[in-house]
Design a binder for this molecule. Sequence first.
Ligand code: SF4
Length: 79
Amino acid sequence: MIRIIHLREKCIGCNACVELAPDRWKMSRKDGKSVLVDGEENNGIFMTFVGDDELKKNLLAAKMCPTNIIKVEKVHKKS
Ligand code: SF4
């Protein structure tokens, strides 16, 4: 399992994450920032847990995000 975190407030809507991991990221038509699919919000920070099969694409999205606001980490269980 992996945890994906999105510090959405600082998103500049560059679309890189959407292109690299389209199953997990969408663009919002409302504010032009990306949306972490199935992300739960806590104080403006979105987070979700997904299977290891999504690791590679989302690591790449995190790496390519120009504002460095995507965090991807392996976890052993939900906590
Ligand atoms: S790559 Fe980063 S800045 Fe660009 S849309 Fe995704 S989260 Fe926002």
